[in-house]
Design a protein around this ligand. Structure first.
Ligand SMILES: NC(=O)c1ccc[n+]([C@@H]2O[C@H](COP(=O)([O-])OP(=O)(O)OC[C@H]3O[C@@H](n4cnc5c(N)ncnc54)[C@H](OP(=O)(O)O)[C@@H]3O)[C@@H](O)[C@H]2O)c1
Length: 284
């Protein structure tokens, strides 16, 4: 029987990250931390960005201003090519590397709003395309990444790309037409959480606490609650109930929050994000 050694997973194939800024750099950190990627080539435009790349065993950082054909060479020498440049730059980059891609090389998009069809129309037949939507906690290995596979990506292609992203957190596979919906939850979600932290900090300031104490209380409460959720694996509603004694103080506060229709507000906010994604896709 075929067995999987969880402690020593097979090494990931050769990876190129073309454009390793915030998001490409975060994925790189996860890969390096995992020790599962023996060869990673990363490219950036400037020597300054190339020098800022978090190196590590097996990582080669290339500055295009020093090595003009760096993208083409990195792509030609990789089994998985991650496209990590800004969305407006994707088409030019794909045109540059397309002739160098070997059949079977998997091309993975990090770019928000660029469709699999756009990728496939440039890279051509025989090149599987997978679109990803990670979020910023990838930097600390706590991402949620949505993965949507193009028609020519096989289950094995998806499985290896899933492993790649699992070095940075959790992965959800979905159809491409659900990527924008996922993005309104996990892509934008860190911003919602930071806003809630800001508002709780403001409430603490309003109760006369110093700036430092207000921040400490609000921030550590979010961090502690999230860690508790993570460590226990309990339902958040159950954890909430444990803090909410009948007729107690928390119950009063929760009643005010629920009375303000928090669930309706989250539905409305994420609907607004989805509407904006559709506007952007239509080019406005
Ligand atoms: N940040 C997020 O929260 C997030 C979330 C999901 C998806 N994404 C996606 O991730 C992609 C990158 O976003 P980002 O925030 O990481 O942007 P970023 O920090 O600006 O990174 C882009 C990098 O691409 C490099 N670059 C520019 N032109 C290049 C070229 N022709 N070849 C190779 N590298 C090139 C830049 O190098 P220089 O600095 O030297 O110019 C820069 O380091 C976008 O498509 C975005 O939609 C981002």
């Amino acid at each position: 029987m075929h067995s999987v050694d969880v402690a020593h997973p097979a090494p990931l194939p050769r990876i190129a990250i073309l454009g390793a800024g915030s998001m490409g750099g975060a994925i790189l950190q996860g890969l390096v931390r995992s020790g599962q990627a023996p060869q990673i080539r990363v490219t950036n435009r400037t020597a300054r960005s190339a020098a800022a790349v978090d190196g590590g065993a097996g990582v080669t950082s290339i500055a295009l201003e020093d090595e003009h054909d760096g993208n083409v060479r990195a792509a030609a020498d990789a089994d998985i090519v991650l496209i990590g440049v800004k969305p407006v730059m994707v088409v030019d980059l794909l045109r540059e590397i397309a002739p160098a891609l070997r059949p079977g090389t998997i091309v993975v998009s990090l770019a928000a709003g660029v469709t699999i069809a756009t990728f496939e129309s440039i890279v051509g037949d025989g090149i599987p395309v997978i679109r990803s939507m990670p979020n910023t906690p990838a930097v600390v290995g706590k991402a949620v990444t949505g993965l949507a596979a193009g028609a020519s990506a096989s289950p094995d292609d998806v499985a290896v790309v899933r492993r790649l992203f699992e070095t940075c957190g959790a992965v959800i596979e979905l159809d491409e037409d659900r990527i924008d919906a996922l993005s309104t939850i996990s892509g934008s979600g860190p911003a919602y959480v930071f806003l809630l932290i800001e508002e709780l900090t403001e409430a603490a300031r309003g109760k006369g606490f110093s700036e430092a104490d207000a921040r400490l209380m609000a921030e550590q409460t979010f961090i502690g609650a999230a860690a508790l959720l993570d460590a226990t694996g309990e339902d958040p509603a159950e954890l909430r109930r444990r803090v909410t004694s009948p007729k107690g103080t928390t119950e009063r506060a929760i009643a005010v929050l629920q009375g303000a229709n928090l669930s309706g507000i989250f539905a409305e906010a994420t609907d607004a994000a989805l509407a904006r994604a559709r506007e952007l896709a239509a080019g406005s």
